[in-house]
Design a protein around this ligand. Structure first.
Ligand SMILES: *Cc1c(COP(=O)(O)O)cnc(C)c1O
Length: 381
């Protein structure tokens, strides 16, 4: 290991986020990496590829830099970047064979559930959807053919907390791999340290961080067979991000640890305000002692994240009226950007009917928390 590598190995997350995947461009001295749009790379006269790059679907400098940075940030050995979070999930399920069984949370991100139900069940993959907050239910769902256990925590939209280490143990006892969708908690939750084998992120959310790029990634703890197959699928199936998308995600990543601090600080203030508001029925946010997952969240997360769900008194009408009255919160889906968003989840087409009609989901941005609280206060009045 040279000096550079040993120094890097000791870097803390903030430093890694700024420097991993970045190098001064040797040709120009530019400290911001160029965007390499070339789809193809020249061979030397002896037929070899001196740069290691051949064709952009297989690899390119911007994607390689992003994958290196994302693996470093999550403490993994390697990463594979995709054109969206769903495309990253697609590659994971494509690595299975007909007859393989997966255990999924019953409140996984609705697009991921749809992917499994609408595509993979038809191709012979079997799936059980269970409440993962009950470990006995996860254990009971395991079959001899179980190859993969999928965890998403905090969950969407009910902000449920699953005991990651315990679920990973159940998966490993069954010789299955454990995949964690860590989209809601980058930096503040370290699934690979807790036993997960693979992490999925929709980099569209906190990692990109500015609602201007779509992307996804699979990060591996070790360079085992599961990741090797996913890397092959990345090139073979071709759901790859463009060099410009990779550049944007890598740019967003540089401020991620500091943004997460501000998102979570703001969310804690907003959750406390909502919890004492007379027009609010209940607040789903794990910092609150009333949250059923509070203790597990305190154990496995360094802070509680930027996503809040709350239920208004007066059902669907009251919830829609509240969303219609906000001036600062924007009425839009998605999450993890600098601007705060409010969404009536039950209105999203295809959403699980179990989503309460009175539920509003908030993605807390980087505005001043007092401005956010004042906006919600007037919208609830
Ligand atoms: C948005 C999201 C996804 C899907 O990612 P896309 O980039 O929209 O394809 C997957 N999981 C979670 C938890 C998400 O929030």
């Amino acid at each position: 290991m040279n000096d550079d590598a040993s120094a890097r190995a000791k870097w803390r997350l903030e430093t890694l986020a700024v420097h991993a995947g970045h190098a001064v461009d040797p040709g120009t001295g530019a400290i911001s990496a160029p965007i390499n749009l070339s789809t193809t790379f020249e061979r030397a006269r002896d037929g070899t590829y001196p740069s290691g790059y051949v064709y952009s679907r297989s690899n390119n400098p911007n994607r390689e830099a992003l994958e290196c940075a994302l693996a470093a940030l999550e403490g993994g050995t390697d990463a594979s970047a995709f054109a969206s979070g769903i495309a990253a999930g697609l590659a994971i399920f494509q690595s299975l064979s007909p007859g393989d069984h997966v255990v999924m949370p019953s409140d996984a991100y609705h697009g991921m559930t749809k992917l499994v139900r609408d595509l993979f069940l038809r191709w012979g993959v079997e799936a059980s959807f269970v409440d993962m907050t009950q470990l006995s239910t996860v254990q009971e769902a395991i079959r001899p053919s179980t190859k993969l256990v999928w965890v998403e925590t905090p969950s969407n939209p009910l902000v449920k907390i699953v005991d990651l280490a315990a679920v990973a143990r159940i998966a490993h006892e069954a010789h299955a791999i454990c995949v964690c969708d860590n989209t809601w908690a980058p930096v503040i939750q370290r699934p690979l340290d807790l036993g997960a084998d693979l992490i999925l992120h929709s980099t569209t959310k906190y990692i990109g961080g500015h609602c201007d790029v779509t992307g996804g990634v699979v990060i591996a703890k070790t360079a085992g067979a599961a990741f090797t197959r996913i890397r092959e699928i990345q090139g073979t199936a071709g759901a790859v991000p463009s060099p410009f998308d990779c550049w944007l995600v890598l740019r967003g990543l540089r401020t991620l640890p500091w943004r997460m601090r501000a998102h979570t600080g703001n969310a804690a203030s907003v959750a406390t305000f909502l919890a004492s508001h007379p027009r609010v029925e209940c607040v789903h946010y794990p910092s609150l002692a009333s949250h059923p997952g509070h203790e597990i969240a305190a154990k496995q997360m360094s802070s509680f994240g930027g996503m809040i769900a709350f239920e208004t008194k007066g059902g669907s009408d009251a919830a829609l009226r509240t969303a219609a009255k906000t001036r600062l919160f924007l009425r839009a889906t998605s999450l993890g950007g600098v601007e705060s968003l409010i969404e009536h989840r039950a209105s999203i087409a295809g959403e699980d009917p179990r989503t309460p009609q009175s539920l509003l989901r908030l993605s807390i941005g980087l505005e001043h928390p007092d401005d956010l609280i004042e906006d919600l206060d007037q919208a609830l009045s």
